[in-house]
Design a protein around this ligand. Structure first.
Ligand code: NAP
Length: 315
């Protein structure tokens, strides 16, 4: 069985950027793009306008951006497999990557499987309802869209992300409500204070959105106080989930060291995991920035680091 130089696992901005750089460096990468594990192309496949990716002054829709990246990766002969990786074996060398159909031996690996924003199954928030029609899971990506301007916006969560996103949304909203299920923030004290003191933010403690209503877009939310059981309707232009992300690592079967929050641990300032020749790029290792452009940046880093690793081995 031929031993590959590089396998890339994943298919978002990190994975395609890694593929473009690796393929242009003659590493002839094989890419497992996924199949059942989530949309090929990653989280941007479920967004509409992307207005903050440099190079597109008029914005670009998420799926088109990913199609462009994939075409660019394939132009340089990246071999794309539409299948999930079921398991890996990093205890042997060369490393073994087992897809649902294809088995590959490889000298190096870039993991770029991303993370999924957690969502709640609230009535009205699902894919065939108001998801991406006023309901999203990324205020930084979507908050500047015209549909949210001068509207009452609702952020669900009580962590640092919820506060950060709520403060970000005050730039566009008439008012921002943070809807938190408990009576105290999980966010750090300093972040929580930022929300509490903000004149455009109101915090609804012990509260849960139980229904999102509208016509073509979100118009209203129904909120229950989980202590008093009282329900109240609010006029609404948008609902933003900020209840955390889940990195896609189940196929690794505990073979890489992780951070406490289950993101893949990398050496500071690099994409090198604690297993040599295995690199991690994009949201599967980044719980702080989580942007398409930062994912693409670490995808580039991973490919350059993989190339250097292989060169040092004389491969
Ligand atoms: P997080 O800290 O895990 O907070 C998630 C929040 O969502 C919690 O308040 C939690 O409620 C709520 N939540 C979870 N499941 C829920 C459910 N089913 N229904 C309703 N609410 C639910 O996640 P995060 O805010 O995304 O932060 C992730 C990490 O990134 C943290 O380490 C954070 O400090 C860091 N971060 C830092 C910054 C910054 O420093 N600028 C910004 C963003 C994120 P409970 O509190 O009741 O559990």
């Amino acid at each position: 069985m031929e031993i590959e130089k590089l396998v890339i696992i994943g298919s978002g901005p990190a994975a395609y950027t890694a593929a473009i750089y690796a393929a242009r460096a003659n590493l002839n990468p094989i890419m497992f793009e996924g199949f059942m594990s989530g949309p090929i192309g990653g989280q941007l496949m479920t967004t509409t306008d992307v207005e903050n990716f440099p190079g597109f002054p008029n914005g670009i829709i998420g799926p088109k951006l990913m199609e462009n990246m994939k075409n660019q990766a394939m132009k340089f002969q990246t071999r794309c497999l539409i299948e999930d990786v079921k398991s890996v074996n990093f205890d042997q060398k060369p490393y073994l990557i087992q897809g649902t159909k294809t088995k590959v031996l490889t000298h190096s690996v870039i993991i770029a499987t991303g993370a999924n924003a957690k969502r709640l199954k609230i009535k009205g928030a699902n894919d065939n309802e108001f998801w991406q029609k006023g309901v999203t899971a990324c205020a930084i990506c979507d908050g500047a869209a015209p549909i949210f301007r001068d509207k009452q916006l609702f952020v669900i969560g009580g962590g640092d992300s919820a506060v950060e996103e709520a403060v970000f949304l005050t730039k566009y909203a008439s008012k921002v409500f943070i809807v938190h299920r408990r009576d105290e923030f999980r966010a750090s004290k300093i972040m929580a204070k930022r929300a509490i003191d903000h004149p455009k933010i109101e915090i609804l403690y012990n509260s849960e959105i139980i229904e999102i209503l509208g016509d073509n877009i979100v118009k209203q939310v129904l909120i229950i106080n989980n202590k008093s059981n009282k329900k109240k309707s609010f006029e609404a232009g948008g609902v933003f989930f900020a209840i955390g992300h889940t990195p896609n690592i189940s196929f690794l079967n505990n073979q890489l060291e992780l951070e406490d929050n289950n993101y893949i641990k990398v050496k500071k300032g690099t994409t090198q995991t604690l297993k040599e020749g295995v690199f991690a790029a994009g949201d599967v290792q980044d719980h702080i920035y989580r942007q398409a452009i930062t994912a693409a940046g670490t995808g580039c880093m991973a490919a350059l680091e993989a190339e250097r690793y292989l060169t040092n081995l004389g491969i």
